[in-house]
Design a protein around this ligand. Sequence first.
Ligand code: IPM
Ligand code: MG
Length: 380
Amino acid sequence: MPSRQHFNSMKYNIAVIPGDGIGPEVTAQAKKALNAIAGVYDHTFIYKEVLMGACAIDKTGNPLPNETLAVCKKSDAILFGAIGHPKYDNDPSAKVRPEQGLLKLRKELGLFCNVRPVKAYDQLIENSPLKKEVIKGTDISIYRELTGGIYFGIKELSEDGKIAFDGCSYSVEEIERIAHLAFIEAQKRRKKLTLVDKANVLETSRLWRKTVTNLASQYPDVALDFLFVDNAAMQLILNPKQFDVVLTENLFGDIISDEASVIGGSIGLLASASIGKENALFEPIHGSFPQATGKNSANPLASILSAAMLLQHLGLFKEAEAIEKAVEKSLELGISTEDINTENAFTTSKVGDFIVDYIEHQQESNMNFINIHMGQSTII
Ligand code: IPM
Ligand code: MG
């Protein structure tokens, strides 16, 4: 992931968009983790909370109020929860929709590069519906183009409502800027880049292939290969270990990243970063999960890991690592929400408490929490 580097104690402005559904609950845990980091490593995070999504429509009529956009533009980083509400999902004729807020924010801030890491945690190897020998050791970084393609093309509906149209376009420039970042990421990892497209059918995909192939000579140490998206969808669950960095356009990236989340055992673990030239946004990929709203049961780890990606982006690498270690420890000890720990589930906020405690006390908290864990049924 592209990032800046800082070594001293720093002050950062973080725009926080809790959003809808479980967004506020999980974002609160990520903020707790960031506050613990601030305390231990002597940084200052100044949060400004703003509205987006269904809650913004309810309060202002606009899924992305101007104030939200302005606060986000001025921020060093944006921490985002989730948006969406069933009342819009079931109403295809709704003119104003929560998702428009997020799409507009991505476009206005130029967040063209979406990074979604997919990892099979050893601690959760039994949780995935896929065989453990298939997923063990999987470590993929998906680079999804985020501000172009069919999401942002011309949309039309004929007057009689019988024909709909969604246009898909890409320019060389749009392809090159994310491709460079994907190549650079591959150089830092296992030096393999797979372009996922549908070049046997789509003109835009043929432009992706040509453009990415032309860039490859600048990165001679990276092995570039290509897969059609239908085959990629199959390969991802047949043999996920073959992938290192996956580069793809907007819609394909949306679909294959949800599919890839199965590898990790829970979609509640998948974090993401959306990077532009000036701004960057960090969010869990799981969405608003309306059924779990307000129940203190949703998995906060994807949001907490998104906060770790935020720290990485700010150049705070050891701080990011401290969060990642705490997350791994929580998984190892089974201090997990019901999506992972079906027998003896911890609440959203209890998982957040553990992460905070581990960041603050590292080794000793191990013991505390092993005790709490063992005695959990009597405590909770
Ligand atoms: C995602 C989501 C969004 C998308 C929705 C909420 C518009 O599914 O971030 O993957 O399709 O990009
Ligand atoms: Mg999606």
